[in-house]
Design a protein around this ligand. Structure first.
Ligand code: 13P
Ligand code: SF4
Length: 328
């Protein structure tokens, strides 16, 4: 199947006169498909999506959808999570190579050895990891429920947190724990410049810095509010502040501006001059690729059943804990 793919996607020429919005909407009905998109997707993809959300919201939607086909406009681990929860459904992703630097920073073979060195520890893994890492975990978490998930263990229970050391460090501080942290990080959230943000704060003294917990500790220490993409978006709507410096992937600004057009949103600057606060993996997806993956039902996520079942348990545990904690 994969031999028809070039570089992870179907490189089939698309008639440039096609109205892709119309065609994608037609395919949605014809195939009983739902498009789930992460906030880091380009604005046109967010506009065509049936649901836009953070990783927890997307996992929940994937768990409860009645659609026959799930089109995942996000990155590979997100589509894989949808497949783990929906073995009988077709899960397609516009580009199979839309990966994640954070997920890649935790190779399963090395993590298994690390885990075996600490047999008394339970494993909490951030959802930004492969199915193999999920299968080695006791419970999964996202940035919106990490503190509740970790607090679901007794204080005496030693924990490993993988793969994001920045989120792990943040949760350690919030919970007063000393979890062992895997040394992984996200290439986008590690790029923000504390010097440039400090200068921006001097230029815009009323602006609030809002940051994702995947950012490094010095940025988080300076932040007025820390939260998942959904939490940052909600805060930007509800808080009376008119100016925000946003330390996360720039795609979220589309919804922030749409929901609060009178407010000013400034993307936090990276420590060089490139557009590094855009995730290159998320940005591999395009409307054309969404159209071709829906039309030809390729690339699709396939998974070994034994792996799927082992990865499913800790995801379900996370969904139960978030439900019980009332996390939106
Ligand atoms: P959330 O959407 O859960 O906040 O995660 C951000 C992220 O980096 C997804 O890749
Ligand atoms: Fe992975 Fe970071 Fe991109 Fe999210 S923003 S998909 S954590 S590389």
């Amino acid at each position: 199947m994969e031999n028809v793919l070039k570089d992870g996607w179907l490189d089939i020429s698309v008639d440039p006169t096609l109205d892709l919005f119309e065609e994608i909407n037609r395919l949605k009905k014809e195939k009983n498909a739902i498009i789930l998109a992460h906030y880091y997707q380009d604005a046109d993809i967010q506009e065509i999506a049936d649901y836009i959300g953070d990783s927890l919201g997307l996992a929940r939607q994937a768990a409860q959808t009645k659609a026959e086909m799930i089109v995942f406009a996000g990155v590979h681990f997100m589509a894989e999570t949808a497949k783990i929860l929906n073995p009988g459904k077709k899960v397609v992703i516009p580009d199979l190579l839309a990966g994640c630097s954070l997920s890649d920073s935790c190779p399963p073979a090395l993590f298994k050895i690390f885990k075996e060195k600490h047999p008394d520890h339970k494993v909490v893994s951030y959802i930004n990891c492969s199915a193999e890492i999920k299968a080695l975990s006791d419970v999964i978490c996202t940035s919106s429920n990490a503190v509740s998930v970790v607090n679901s263990f007794s204080k005496e229970q030693p924990l490993i947190f993988a793969p994001d050391k920045n989120l792990g460090h943040y949760v350690n501080k919030k919970t007063g724990r000393e979890m062992l942290l895997w040394d992984g990080a996200c290439m986008v959230h590690e790029i923000f410049s504390i010097e440039k943000i400090t200068k921006l704060k001097q230029r815009f003294p009323k602006a609030k810095l809002i940051a994702h917990p995947e950012c490094e500790d010095p940025i988080l220490q300076l932040a007025d509010m820390i939260g998942s993409t959904t939490e940052l978006l909600k805060y930007s709507q509800q808080d009376t502040t008119q100016e925000f410096i946003v330390a996360t992937e720039a795609g979220i600004l589309h919804q922030m501006i749409k929901n609060s057009p009178q407010k000013t949103f400034i993307p936090a600057p990276p420590n060089n001059n490139c557009a590094c606060n855009e995730c290159p993996h998320m940005k591999r997806n395009t409307l054309e690729k969404i159209y071709t993956c829906m039309r030809y039902e390729l690339p699709a996520i396939e998974m070994n059943e034994e792996l799927r079942l082992s990865a499913k348990k800790p995801i379900e545990r996370m969904l139960e804990i978030s439900q019980a904690a009332g996390i939106q």
